[in-house]
Write a protein that binds this ligand. Structure first.
Ligand SMILES: O=C(O)c1ccccc1NCC(=O)[C@H](O)[C@H](O)COP(=O)(O)O
Length: 396
């Protein structure tokens, strides 16, 4: 057999099936070390796995017979992904970036019996979305490399997302509205069949929205980057948040090429190191970041990261889809609220705010902006949004 081989090292014998890239460049020969011996050396299967992560790459570099820079870059990427998993564990992140998989199907090795299919079902909807996103992004990246995106955004302007929220809050004394352009969601199904993103965006702007949030995920929210781009090119003045599930810096550049002024970073998905790094990239590109948290643990992690300007508190439990606005209150009480005030961070309320009472409730907890999607957004006639409280919001 031709190609590059990973030789049988004591702790190298298995590759994740999902990692097609790695296998493409490094076809694997089976380990000659019996399973029992590996168990004895390492003490447990998870340890076996952890040790393998690093050493497969090291072995690859030690034993490869190529000078192909592309192959080496792919190995490097693979290594970064493995470290991401370790970092995520350290930060207490339960969402896995991709399914844990067993050995390749054509590989007859000692590991297949015990590691294959271990936990290959997503634990919740967010994990499922992230797994899908991981595959989508790997394919998109191949078609539009980063250097092409960088070229496309040279000298293109961005709008001040944070400034727009602050101004609106100061002007109205009410939480600034980030109005969602969203056709569907896993929790609410299809919100509007005759969905016209530009008309909806215009209606929101007329009704007094400070910023817009445009869903770009296709599979779960029926959104698209085309919608984002179309809204940007339709003369809308409100700054735009690209509402996407970001797992890779490439997506940030892509969002910027499509007209985003801000992006969402989800703490339940991204380790602290990724969040810090992505915030820096965003600053460099002129983009704002909305960092979303669900619970105290995520809030505490995010509060020790430098450069955070906006924190979104999501009141939706992604396991049950239930919303509970008291989550916002809980996360803003005591010392956490104090740190947020000291750092002048704007808190954005997300999910579960449907009535004026909901707004008053979250505002009293310290929220200065909120995300809202009006399912009955009536933009055919008056260009006003049907929910009475939003219309009254416009006239405050
Ligand atoms: O809303 C969902 O069903 C959902 C499921 C999985 C991941 C994220 C999800 N929502 C993303 C959002 O941020 C919501 O669009 C946003 O919180 C507004 O929610 P709502 O006003 O309750 O529609």
């Amino acid at each position: 057999m031709e190609g590059i081989y990973i030789r049988a090292l004591s702790n190298v014998s298995f590759l994740r099936t999902s990692d097609d890239t790695f296998r493409k460049y490094f076809p694997v020969r089976r380990s000659t070390i019996p399973m029992e011996e590996q168990r004895r050396n390492t003490g447990s299967l998870s340890l076996v796995r952890a040790k393998q992560s690093k050493s497969i790459y090291e072995a690859a570099l030690l034993t490869h017979e190529t000078s192909d820079p592309e192959a080496l870059l792919k190995v490097k990427q693979w290594e970064v992904e493995m470290y991401q998993e370790e970092l995520a564990k350290r930060d207490g992140i339960r969402i896995r970036r991709r399914p844990p998989t067993g050995p390749p199907s054509n590989y007859v090795g000692p590991f297949e019996m015990c590691l294959q299919n271990e936990g290959d079902t997503p634990r919740n909807i967010l994990e499922e979305i992230i797994w899908t996103k991981h595959t989508e992004v790997s394919q998109l990246k191949e078609r539009r490399p980063l250097h092409v995106l960088k070229k496309a955004i040279e000298n293109t302007p961005v709008r001040d997302f944070v400034g727009a929220l602050k101004n609106s809050y100061l002007r109205t004394g009410l939480p600034a509205l980030i109005a969602e352009v969203k056709k569907a969601s896993p929790s609410r199904g299809v919100l509007r069949e005759d969905f016209d993103p530009i008309q909806i965006a215009q209606a929101y702007e007329k009704a007094g929205a400070a910023c817009l949030s445009v869903l770009t995920d296709k599979k779960y929210f029926q959104g698209s980057f085309e919608n984002l781009e179309a809204i940007r090119n339709a003369g809308i003045k409100c700054p735009l948040l690209c509402k996407e599930f970001i797992v890779d810096v490439w997506q940030i550049y892509y969002a910027r090429t499509k007209g985003a002024d801000a992006v969402l970073l989800i703490a339940a998905v991204l380790p602290d190191l990724d969040i810090s790094y992505m915030i820096k990239i965003c600053k460099m590109l002129g983009l704002a970041t909305l960092v979303e948290v669900h619970d105290e643990r995520e809030m505490d992690r995010v509060l020790q990261i430098d450069g955070i300007e906006l924190i979104g508190i999501n009141n939706r439990n992604l396991e049950t889809f239930e919303v509970d606005t008291s989550n916002t209150k809980k996360l803003l009480e005591g010392e956490r609220g104090e740190i947020i005030r000291q750092k002048d961070i704007i808190v954005v309320g997300e999910s579960g705010m449907f009535t004026p009472d909901d707004i008053s409730y979250v505002q009293a907890t310290g929220v200065k902006a909120m995300e809202y999607c009006d399912i009955k957004c009536d933009c055919k006639g008056s260009g006003r949004i049907s929910s009475k409280w939003i219309v009254s919001f416009q006239h405050q």
